[in-house]
Design a protein around this ligand. Sequence first.
Ligand code: BGC
Length: 849
Amino acid sequence: MLEIRHFTVENLPDGCVTDAEQPRFAWALESDGQDVSMEQATLKVNGWSTTTKEQVAVPYKGKRLKPFTCYSACLTVTDNRGQQANAEAAFETGRMDTPWDADWITDGSYKFTEKKVSPRPMTFRKCIALEKKVAKARIYATAMGIYELTLNGEKVGADYFAPGFTSYKTHLQYQTYDVTDKLQSSNELLAEVAGGWAVGSFVFTRQNRVTADRQALLLELRVWYEDGTSQVFGTDESWQVAMDGPVQMADFYDGETYDATVKPEQMNWHNAARENLRCHPRIRAAYGAMVTAHEYMEPVSCTKLADGTLVYDFGQNFAGVIDLHIQGKKGQTITVRHAEILNPDGTLNTAFLRTAKATATYICTEGDQYYSPRFTYMGFRYAAITGAEESEIRVGAWALYSELEQTGSFACSNGMLNRLQQNIVWSAKSNLMDIPTDCPQRDERMGWTGDIAVFAPTACYNFDMSRFLEKWLEDVKAEQLPTGGIPNTVPVQGYGFPATMPVMAIDFWGDACVLVPWAEYQARGDVEILRKMYPAMKKYVNACRFWAGFGFGKNRYIWHTPATLHFGDWVAPDVPKMQQWQARSKWTATASLKNTSGLLARIARILGENGDAEHYQVLSDKVADAYVSVFTDGNGKMKEEFQTAYVLPLYFGMFPEKVRRQAADNLARLVEAGDWCIGTGFPGTPYILFALADNGHLEEAYRMLLNIKCPSWLYEVRMGATTIWERWDGLDENGVCPIGDDGTDLMISYNHYASGAVGAFFYQRILGLEPEQPGYKTFRLCPKPGGGLTWAKGSLRTPYGVIHTQWAIRNGEFALEVQVPVGTRCTLTLPDGSTRTCDSGQYAYSCKI
Ligand code: BGC
């Protein structure tokens, strides 16, 4: 039987509210038959109908959609055997640029002038009486700051940190909440607005008021009555505001203070004032992936320290908020501090949080009560609680991250590798927090471009990243400098390093504008992401080319910019100081230019920009040639040897064929001399295993992957890591952090996904699963067993359906099973080199090994 699965509108399986003029539809298919493909699909929306052979990103092309309207999309699919399946998907349009029947409002008496802190949270309220029967009601809301709504005492929606983090000067999201069933004849609507990213203190220099001088709210409650009339209740000066609500302090880094003894009737309510904003972004229906609560975490142990502090261990490092059920006394103050690791004496190690206080303080009222922060989050495994006895509290926590569907899974016969896979997934969850962040705990949590540039392929295996990345890439475009450089963090939001940034382009970090859309395109197959980013990519690569262009002869293609302006081989463990990582930027930047220009040439070809394709291909080839001529002896040996210097040209295909194998042998020799330990920083780490495995050194790649000596991936696992560390040597054999004065200002986080970029190797080489055509319309399955693994299995929800694959080695025989989704084709290569092509269905093959 043919079935339609995962019928999405704008990549959402349900609940889509969109301002897109041409929402995109997609669907996957399932069938119990073999060799099934889609013959055609008929999609009907709003009187428009199309018949198509596509299933990914099929755009609506009918007459103009109306704002505030519910639509339904009807899909009929016919397969190549004449079977049919039907499905329906409902979606709703948002405001579609309808002018707001509401004003931005604020507390006009609040002058927020303190530096390096977040403003006091504001609470707005409005009483709304309704006389007629409600057919449909929606709240459309946004804020400068982060907001949460309460209607008649109940939280509205499941979002945290709405309206989300965007490049506020350009884009601002609004949220749509269906409150049809929540309205009564008399209603009280409350909006609490904290500083968040727009007004609160952010980035490690603790900038505040970056986008607005104080918080502001813009909201409409639109009510459609059963009698066909409608009404809008918009924010205006009749709303009341108070600055002395229960949330007394809220800041992403410092935490939250909540006084439950504060009652609304005691608050100093006064009329709100209209606010003139400093910037005027386009306000669009939320198009990213909002942060919500996911796993409920329960502590695995509680230890009472000598001073009475209770230390809870959640057994897992993660990003989120504590969840407390309390039997309290009025005025009792409970303090919760958070950390990723403990000191040897069992107290929390908060040194690496730098200025972040990461503290939740709760002042109790009398009796049974509940508290969980809503305007902050922390990265932690341990929580230290003072002010309460163990018997008075029930402690849990919520993992917070963007609403992302986990699409990939991987497991194998090595338990430590399985833990590493889990650590990669947890570090992704902890850092996919509305934007891709570097870490969730210290005073950063910024949109560091380099981190997602290297991690995007792995993220795209494990999660459906489409909405999350499309949103962030809009900001990459918006924040691009006129000179073509991409800021190191997106959104910039107060970050200003290095001073020369406005004119500069920085390798690998800036490469995000090419590497991230490319990874997303490979995973989802929607060419629009390339089209949208193409002008920005071109501008960026041109800027890189400009900065690399100083010198004579071949040196005209070597990127020599002063090392202090690059990050180079960032956190490479084979050299101890930050300056030494940066000193490798000549190699990393040059290789990166070869890679981005080469990818740009491929993208140009896909988009039909053939002149550009030619131009960037020539550039890419010249840079590759310069790298090999200037940095090597011509026979595959680097004049200055370090792992990343070999890895990049090997992975990016820069060595002439006749010396490639020699270069790989040299890398393998270097790796062996280093006891199969990792020596790469951010740029080399994602690719080192590929550089070895694809060039005749598969066993060396496995040896490195399975190494448990420091520095290595599994060393972290051996030391009990539950997430990926920022630094390979984050803890020594005694469990103590050895990081001293290395120029990084105590830069060690235990939850940084960048070196988790190795996850792509699990899918692409251990399982052997790679798209041939983007979106896996056709894909390769070419497992490369090794390292003593006896089995591996995994799955991937592609846009067309779910691929399942597993292999096992028994008695010298390699047996593989694969499920190929409807409408796709798999080219399967077994370890003995035999190749087959399989259309949809289940297959099992084996060979001698
Ligand atoms: C961040 C990184 C980032 C780096 C750039 C660090 O402070 O945490 O992950 O990419 O700076 O140098």
